[in-house]
Design a protein around this ligand. Structure first.
Ligand SMILES: [Zn+2]
Length: 263
């Protein structure tokens, strides 16, 4: 009987749910191995050793054991590197983090590491922390551009972001100032090939290019106008729908809480 392989990595806690009387199952996005699901023994007991480790998007250092043929790993250690105490006091910011966590859970296959996705989460959470510390209004204001940034990058890293440079059907390069269209399945095309698709404005395509070129802070400092952000939000939801074939519940929760927040 083998005792399994021991792994160690930094990770983000994405989800945790109860498992039996005393345990929890935690979904982690590890830097070294991507998404894993692990049992945290005793995590529901009064003197559990995990503390805030499984709170949403806490950054942790984990050790876990995997056994061949078992889907669930066994967590052996989990120490908090960075908890999100400040963000926890802001319900709409928390809901936004919940949406990001669900995106990672749904877009990436288990055990596929993505260092760029890990760094994206790290940098984006840092921006939220800073904005929450600066005041609720600032934190509220960056939610839409920052989420457009995170969605776009996660779509790209998971292989679901189309190129906005040329028509996928006839190959012609889009006129930088002209219309482009998006089919229901996420295919970008020129208006000749697809007269009925949703229009993607030149401004939206420029914003997509800026997101892929800039760090999150630099994209935010460009203050993309609300109509462009609405465009990105809608197009990204279409791309996610095409990729996942269902809407994400956490998205609706975030949008509702954001609409109720003081502006
Ligand atoms: Zn075409």
């Amino acid at each position: 009987m083998t005792t399994g392989t021991l792994h160690a990595s930094d990770a983000f806690a994405l989800r945790a749910y109860d498992y039996g009387e005393a345990h929890k199952i935690v979904v982690l996005f590890t830097r070294a191995d991507g998404l894993i699901r692990a049992v945290a023994h005793g995590a529901r007991s009064a003197k559990n050793k995990y503390g805030a480790a499984f709170e949403l998007l806490s950054e942790v250092t984990v050790a876990y054991r995997e056994r061949e043929g078992r889907e669930l790993a066994q967590l052996t250690a989990c120490d908090v590197k960075r908890a999100r105490f400040a963000i926890a006091a802001d319900p709409s910011a928390m809901a936004m983090l919940g949406y990001w966590a669900e995106l990672v859970c749904e877009l990436f296959p288990p055990r596929q590491a993505s260092d760029p996705a890990y760094r994206l989460l790290s940098a984006s959470c840092e921006v939220v922390e800073r904005q929450v510390a600066a005041g609720s209004e600032e934190a509220w204001r960056v939610q839409s551009p920052l989420t457009a940034y995170v969605e776009t990058w996660l779509l790209r890293l998971a292989g679901f972001l189309p190129s906005w440079k040329r028509c996928a059907l006839c190959g012609s390069v889009f006129d930088p100032e002209g219309a482009a269209r998006l089919a229901f399945d996420g295919t970008p095309s020129c208006p000749d090939c697809q007269p009925a698709g949703r229009a993607i404005s030149p401004a939206a395509r420029r914003a997509y290019a800026a997101i892929q070129r800039l760090a999150p802070d630099d994209f935010l400092s460009q203050s993309p106008p609300a109509p462009v952000l609405d465009d990105l939000a809608e197009v990204n939801q279409r791309l996610l729908q095409a990729a996942l074939e269902r809407p994400l519940k956490s998205y609706a929760v975030w949008r509702r809480l954001r609409a109720e927040s003081p502006q």
